[in-house]
Design a protein around this ligand. Structure first.
Ligand code: PLP
Ligand code: COI
Length: 330
């Protein structure tokens, strides 16, 4: 099972009234009817989030650090000039989605999960470029497997001359337009036989920014876990968690700093991390027709350890650091 959309029964919708959020409801309707002048169609006023529900061995259903998805959505709402969302509304929606679609949560042991996709769009009759008066908050979900083909198989990536987000643009929020601008470079990479794209910093194109839909990290020859510091990448919840695990469980030194593409040989292992990507080992990066392979091209020992730790925490086989696991009361 990959990332194809397998529909589940219930979705959730909450609408603003006079710009203020109202409580939402579950629906089985998979379509949304909004005005043709809606901002989302013309000016791209849209954000989304992504989190997963995991079924653990004892039947518990849990979410991984959902508070951080809520916080990231809030910062995105501020950036698209949308209305602040009450925390209770976000959690009410996620809980209802998980509970009502509980039969679609993949079983423990399958390494699958229920991917939950909350999103917010600006809608309503409008023509001029200005924020919408009204908004929809909607959530749907789907059972998923791995995002990149291969699970822990190391994959080939390629840098691109295109940017997904500007230096002081929208890269730090999960703005739909960032993904729209990634489609063409992704297609070029796919057509050339690569699993995905490595974006460079938009200002100088000398430093690694992130992977198409995941953050980048590398392990240096002296065992430091490094991840790029940049104003144009999404602050990944998985990356933050990996940094913590590397430092506090594996006892590694960790650094958030610039990763120059011309110094890529400083890494003996590299990976892409994210809710969908989990941890995907990077076999090689091709930049300007030069291919750099990490180690022997197979998953390295640090990435394997981090992967096992993270999955162990998701599925309840390893005790999670305080506050990382949110149990949904079924
Ligand atoms: N970077 C981009 C562009 C993403 O779309 C995602 C996915 O959400 C990530 C990084 C990883 O973030 P997270 O670990 O919070 O899922
Ligand atoms: C996620 O990891 O949640 C993502 O947003 C990736 C996605 C675009 C499928």
């Amino acid at each position: 099972m990959g990332y194809a959309l397998k529909e589940t029964t219930y979705s959730y919708r909450a609408w603003t009234k006079n710009g203020v959020w109202t409580t939402g409801d579950l629906t089985t309707d998979k379509t949304i009817t909004i005005h043709e002048g809606s901002n989302v169609f013309h000016y791209g006023q849209a954000l989304f989030e992504g989190l997963k529900a995991y079924k653990q061995k004892d039947g518990k259903v849990v979410l991984f650090r959902p508070e951080m998805n809520y916080e990231r959505l809030q910062s995105g709402l501020q950036r698209i000039v949308g209305p602040t969302m009450p925390r209770e509304l976000f959690f009410e929606a996620i809980e209802q989605i998980v509970k009502s679609n509980v039969d679609d949560i993949p079983e423990y042991g399958t390494q699958q999960s229920l991917y939950i996709r909350p999103f917010v769009i600006g809608h309503g009759m409008n023509l001029g470029v200005k924020p919408s008066d009204e908004y929809l908050f909607s959530v749907f979900c789907a059972p998923v497997g791995t995002y990149f083909k291969g699970g822990l198989e190391a994959l080939e990536f390629v840098t691109t001359q295109y940017d997904r987000a500007a230096t002081n643009g929208m890269g730090q929020v999960k703005f739909a337009g960032n993904y729209g601008s990634s489609l063409y470079p992704r297609q070029l990479a796919k057509d050339a036989g690569y699993a995905g794209v490595i974006y460079l910093d938009p200002a100088t194109h000398t430093k690694i920014d992130e992977v198409g839909a995941a953050n980048f990290f590398g392990v240096t020859h002296d065992n430091v876990l490094v991840t790029p510091k940049s104003s144009s990448i999404l602050p990944s919840i998985t990356r933050k968690s990996i940094l913590y695990l590397a430092e506090h469980v594996l006892g590694m030194k960790v650094e958030e700093r610039e990763c120059f593409i011309d110094n890529i040989q400083e890494f003996k292992e590299a990976g892409a991390c994210g809710t969908a990507a989990i941890i995907t080992p990077i076999k090689a990066i091709t930049h300007k027709d030069k291919r750099h392979q990490f180690g022997d091209g197979k998953v390295g020992p640090t990435i394997k350890k981090l992967y096992d730790l993270l999955l162990g925490i998701y599925y309840g086989d390893i005790e999670a650091p305080e506050g990382w696991i949110y149990e949904v009361q079924l």
